[in-house]
Ligand binder design. Structure first.
Ligand SMILES: *Cc1c(COP(=O)(O)O)cnc(C)c1O
Length: 709
């Protein structure tokens, strides 16, 4: 989720809250019944679906990334608010005789689950039940199928609401709805009404705006016109039993959200709390205004005059809600201040699924999360992978493994690199599996006198870490270390990036040698455990190898290749997970001949505008991209880097891009509008590979997980 996209949504919340107050007070009634009907009954119906959709905007990406564990905090918060609100209104229910009605327990249950414990509180059971349904759907089904289910539910809702006349005309259908209405008073509830809008919001959160914002504004106007027309038809032909659900509402909400996101304003969380408080408190304020007006003999002014009545209610609710806007935020959102990384959780899940799909039964996808998950953010990625079903992980060092375990990662964590004796306590405490490189390494670990799980690294020709494949004596010696439990054997391919004849010969020789070593050991009756050979390119160029229990994927998991000219034999649809963005802090205007940056490395050859962008080589953006070798995107257009990249800042030439202003977001990797800068291209321009560029992205960059990057 792009933070500046939330600003528009936040600003519409108070409008939506005031629309709800309008539904309940009829501000235009004393002036014109018809206009009031158009504006305060039909158009104002936007408000509640809008609130559902913004809930979905936050909730659904989380559900897709983290499943039920994202649902629980949502339910907890919702139930708490519902409970408090029900308590607030309990005296009114008591006064109205609600608690002395016949069949109270059943009535309470119906109201608690569907109708709401006070008439406007139906929003809570609706959003809670709807959230559960959507959670179930998005965990089990593809998004499109989930949407279809929600649409069917919505149509069922319509037939019990604005289009009840049709239901009425068909006896079996009517009987069905009469049975339903034993359970709840309206189909305007969590079963039929909320799911579609929750999912719609969530779907939009995972998707960029595809069109110019003017089109969304036009779409919104058109769909509002449709809504009005539909509302009038429904009234004209007396179709409705109740009028909360309309056919054109989902269309209105779609365009409304797209338009609001396009406004690109900074987020205003205090407006969220103020609007929620107005929503909750306004019925109380209606009663207070009525009571107050009667007591003061001002009924004609403050009750009969509907507009003044409305304004009085708005004023009082706004006043009572004001303290809530000022409550300090408990957990600040990760900062998108100067420079940050956005992670697309949906893309990572997608990559896990696609890569797992390439593997045969019994072969597990191992997520390689070394070097802070190639710069992406290790815990962020680990949690998403774990939710997507991954049970084995690999890191380079014991400390990296310990971080994952402390962060709640279960399953196998294999340390691929060398660890000294000093790492043994960490390896044991966090149940990590250590790679053993050689007999000396094995003895070093064994001397600590503590049991350790290990995988044996076999050198089949790369001559990096590992015991020689044909050194049977050394291989057997590894098994004589009584504290080391061998849980697996593996090797690493040196030339799997291409399928050229020489690389193929090299790879096939390595594979043959690996199996030779495995046979030597298993022939001697020694345990061999999980066997693994391939990493990303090994898998993409050779397909899964028979007999392997793991495939260690790094770069492919992140949806990337090492270099843009690589063309693996298998090209599954992998999606980049990471976007890198930074802020425009200042704009400079230069006359021809003026210089900018260190050493005056940039010289203006024409009247020039430079944008100062708050990211530098200390964040991992290579200095090699200075002086036009690298680019950034602003307003969906490329801007060359001007002069030398500094430690914390860089300049980009935005002469060709009108309207770039301080506060704008620059994209260094990722999509901006229709333009994309790939990590592969940036790495190539910097004279390196994607793996290096990304793994150097520094700790100063907050990692922000969203479903959209
Ligand atoms: C880094 C690493 C991997 C992952 O490699 P990718 O090419 O990124 O998939 C696999 N195995 C070992 C031993 C590694 O060091």
């Amino acid at each position: 989720m792009k933070q500046c996209r939330l600003g528009g949504l936040d600003r519409f919340r108070p409008v939506a809250a005031l629309l709800v107050v309008a539904i309940h007070t009829g501000p235009l009634l004393s002036w014109s019944r018809d206009v009031n009907y158009l504006l305060c009954d039909i158009l104002a119906r936007l408000a509640v679906p809008f609130f559902f959709a913004v809930s979905g905007y936050f909730l659904v990406p989380e559900l897709r990334a983290r499943g039920v564990s994202a649902l629980l905090p949502f339910l907890k918060k919702g139930l708490l608010l519902y409970g408090l609100s029900a308590l607030l209104y309990a005296p009114i229910n008591l006064y109205s005789g609600y608690f002395s009605q016949p069949g109270l327990p059943l009535e309470l249950l119906r109201d608690a689950c569907f109708n709401g414990l006070f008439y406007h509180l139906w929003y809570f059971p609706a959003v809670l039940l709807g959230g559960c349904i959507v959670c179930l759907l998005v965990r089990r089904l593809r998004l499109a199928t989930a949407a279809a289910v929600c649409a069917v539910l919505y149509v069922l809702g319509l037939l019990g609401d604005s289009y009840y006349a049709f239901t009425n005309a068909i006896p079996p259908l009517k009987a069905f709805y009469e049975a339903l209405f034993q359970c709840f008073d309206y189909t305007r509830n969590g079963l039929f009404f909320a799911p579609l809008f929750l999912l719609l919001g969530g779907w939009l959160a995972g998707r960029g705006n595809r069109r110019a914002d003017g089109r969304y504004a036009a779409g919104l106007l058109l769909s509002l016109g449709l809504l009005l027309a539909e509302g009038l038809l429904v009234k004209q032909f007396h179709l409705a039993r109740f009028d909360a659900l309309y056919l054109s509402l989902p269309l209105c909400i779609f365009f409304l959200l797209c338009w609001l996101r396009g406004l690109d304003l900074p987020a205003r969380p205090q407006l969220r709390r103020w609007s929620a408080a107005v929503y909750l408190l306004h019925p109380l304020c209606i009663l207070l205004v009525r009571g107050g007006a009667k007591a003061l003999g001002l009924s004609a002014l403050l009750i009969e005059n509907r507009l003044l009545h409305y304004l009085a209610v708005v004023f009082l609710s706004g006043l009572l809600a004001a303290p809530f806007a000022l409550v300090p935020r408990k957990r600040p959102e990760p900062e998108r201040g100067r420079a940050w990384i956005e992670l697309d959780a949906a893309a990572l899940r997608h990559n896990v699924n696609v890569l797992s799909g390439l593997l045969p039964e019994g072969c597990a996808l191992t997520a390689v999360l070394k070097a802070n998950a190639y710069g992406h953010g290790d815990l962020e990625c680990a949690r998403i992978c774990q939710k997507a079903g991954i049970r084995s992980f690999a890191v380079a060092t014991a400390a990296e493994g310990a971080r994952l375990r402390r962060g709640g990662v279960r399953g196998d964590i294999l340390v691929l690199g060398w660890s000294g004796a000093g790492a043994v306590p960490l390896l044991r405490r966090y149940r990590l599996t250590q790679t053993v490189a050689s007999p000396e390494h094995a003895r070093l670990l064994d001397r600590c006198g503590k049991r350790l799980r290990v995988h044996i690294k076999i050198d089949t020709g790369m001559h990096r870490l590992g015991t020689g494949w044909d050194d049977a004596a050394s291989l057997r010696e590894l098994y004589t270390c009584s504290h080391l439990q061998v849980k697996g054997l593996f090797t690493h391919l040196a030339a799997s990036e291409t399928c050229s004849p020489s690389d193929q010969a090299c790879t096939q020789a390595q594979i043959r040698r690996f199996w030779h070593a495995v046979e030597t050991l298993s022939g001697a009756g020694l345990p061999i455990g999980a066997l693994h050979i391939q990493s990303s390119y090994g898998l993409l160029n050779y397909g899964p190898l028979e007999g392997c229990g793991w495939v260690r994927t790094g770069i492919a998991l992140y949806g990337l290749l090492s270099a843009p000219q690589d063309h693996p034999r298998i090209c599954p649809d992998l999606r980049p997970v990471l976007a890198l963005r930074a802020r425009v802090a200042q704009i400079h205007t230069l006359e021809p001949g003026e210089h900018a940056g260190y050493d005056g490395a940039f010289t203006a050859s024409r009247p020039t505008r430079l944008a100062l962008i708050t990211i530098g080589y200390a964040d991992g953006w290579p200095r090699a991209l200075s002086c036009g070798r690298g680019r950034v995107l602003l307003h969906g257009q490329p801007a060359p880097i001007a002069g030398l990249i500094c430690m914390d800042q860089l300049l980009a030439d935005v002469t060709e891009i009108p309207d770039v202003r301080p506060g704008d977001t620059a994209t260094l990797i990722g999509r901006d509008g229709d333009a994309v800068l790939t990590a592969e291209a940036a790495a190539e321009a910097a004279g390196t590979i994607t793996n290096e560029l990304l793994s150097r992205l520094g700790p100063r960059l907050p990692r922000i997980v969203g479903s959209e990057a």
